[in-house]
Design a protein around this ligand. Structure first.
Ligand code: ADP
Length: 458
């Protein structure tokens, strides 16, 4: 059943109220029932006390005087609510009954030892009956006294109570449902207002924030949460725009350079040397494009959780030598040198492709951000299992150092030479190291250089 929220609340509340009412009614009914029957029983007991005061025993014989109590009119006339009396001896013979019993007799249980109360029907009338053993002074039972009282009043009270409840029950539920539905409808009005506002929003229009309700309740909390979410989406979206612009710019710069170099090259016939030099320049630019595209691919794979790791023994010296050779042209153009302070047989457990990407990024940063004629050192400490890649470049300001591994974090130092950067490199390095169980840490000093330490035993 597809109920509106307010109707659902009203329905749940009504069901709960119905159950509560039924329980309360059952309790009230039980109390009234017990009280009424206790009252009847106490009437019977009063009657018994009066009658027993008229009974005495001589030996095993029963002596009772037919005095006024026994002959009272109420026991003898066919009244609306008469009291019936009956006396039975120990052989089960009725030895006395009130006149209103005429030729009938009250039901009685044989061999009665204790007093007994029960409900019976007598001549079409419901009566409450008490049965009491008559004992000698020695405690021997020599007969019994039966007293019957009409239950008409009690039954009337209970029936009235029941009828009133069952007549009022559906009306009360209907009323309750109506009131709850009204209250629920008023309570969810702010939610409806939020929906109306939210419906006006779309990807290009999330600027207006949801209006805050007056009361500081859950709806207020929900609204502030949605607004904070919108804020984050907005920030993310503008960052996305900025990144797209930056990446386009990053790619356009080497592409423009390639285009310019090739256009100049074909303008006239040149010496083979000049061709070689220009082709080398183009290769550098292509490498740079390749690096950015690689970063984006790794980012996509990291985001989709699609990176599989195969850890194998990797020769660190060979890997860094290959990286050094790949960056030789760029280093040469900045007259930089890379020193491998690593024994040739150094082996670590890692995923070859992912570790290579880490080294590429760290070396590319040192080359990209390093000073002309700078120096890079890759040092291996076998006892601690730490590989350090250090440069003597400009360094990273201390306030930026804790953030450099964040996604898209870039350090824009005023006055520094403008190096194009996406802020993805170190984020990718950190993630790739993390999934292989390698810890990475950075130290830096302004104008002294930067060191990245990879802990392979971490
Ligand atoms: P990108 O891929 O754009 O180079 P990174 O995430 O690799 O971005 O680097 C983040 C920031 O850290 C860069 O903007 C740069 O300023 C700084 N940085 C990284 N490596 C070095 C380094 N070796 N020397 C100086 N600054 C560095």
């Amino acid at each position: 059943m597809n109920l509106h929220f307010k109707n659902r609340i009203a329905l749940f509340n009504t069901v709960a109220a119905a159950i509560t009412m039924l329980v309360v009614f059952a309790a009230v009914y039980a109390v009234v029932y017990i009280t009424t029957y206790r009252h009847l029983d106490s009437n019977i007991l009063e009657e018994r006390a009066e009658l027993f005061s008229q009974i005495s025993t001589v030996g095993d014989s029963l002596v009772f005087s037919l005095n006024a109590e026994w002959e009272e009119m109420e026991h003898n006339r066919a009244e609306v609510d008469p009291i019936f009396l009956q006396m039975v001896d120990d052989r089960g013979t009725v030895i006395f009954h009130s006149r209103n019993l005429e030729n009938d007799k009250l039901q009685f249980a044989d061999s009665l030892t204790e007093e007994l109360f029960f409900n019976v029907e007598f001549n079409g009338k419901k009566i409450r009956q008490g049965q009491f053993p008559i004992k000698t002074e020695g405690g021997k039972i020599i007969g019994q006294l039966d007293i019957g009282i009409s239950q008409v009043d009690s039954i009337l009270i209970l029936t009235n109570l029941r009828n009133t409840f069952f007549a009022a029950f559906p009306l009360m539920l209907l009323f309750f449902y109506g009131v709850t539905s009204l209250v629920a409808s008023r309570s969810i009005a702010p939610v409806k207002q939020l929906i109306a506002y939210a419906e006006k929003m779309n990807y290009n229009n999330i600027d207006p924030r949801l209006p805050l309700p007056v009361h500081h309740d859950e709806i207020y909390h929900l609204t502030t949460t949605i607004n904070a979410l919108l804020e984050r989406i907005e920030t993310g979206r503008s960052r996305e725009k900025q990144i797209t612009a930056d990446i386009s710019h990053e790619l356009r710069t080497p592409l423009t350079s390639i285009k310019g170099t090739l256009e100049v090259l074909i303008r006239k016939t040149r010496e083979p040397q000049q061709y070689e030099e220009k082709v080398r320049q183009v290769i550098l630019e292509v490498d740079s494009i390749n690096h950015i595209i690689n970063q984006l691919l790794y980012l996509a794979r990291l985001d989709s959780g699609n990176l599989s790791i195969v850890k194998k023994p990797v020769n660190l010296y060979d890997m860094l030598l290959a990286v050094k050779n790949r960056w030789r042209l760029q280093m040469n153009s900045k007259q930089m040198i890379l020193k491998l302070d690593i024994p040739e047989d150094t082996v670590v457990q890692a995923d070859f492709g992912l570790l290579e990407m880490i080294m590429e990024n760290l070396v590319s940063n040192a080359v990209k951000y390093g000073y002309k004629q700078g120096q890079l050192v890759c040092n291996w400490q076998a006892d601690t299992g730490i590989l350090s890649i250090s440069d003597n470049g400009p360094g990273i300001p201390q306030e930026h150092l804790p953030h450099i591994f964040n996604r898209f974090y870039r350090v824009d130092v005023p006055g520094s030479t403008l190096v194009q950067s996406t802020g993805l490199g170190l984020y990718i390095v950190k993630m790739l190291a993390g999934i292989q169980g390698i810890q990475i840490q950075a130290d830096s000093q302004i104008n002294r250089g930067t060191q990245f330490h990879l802990h392979f035993n971490g």
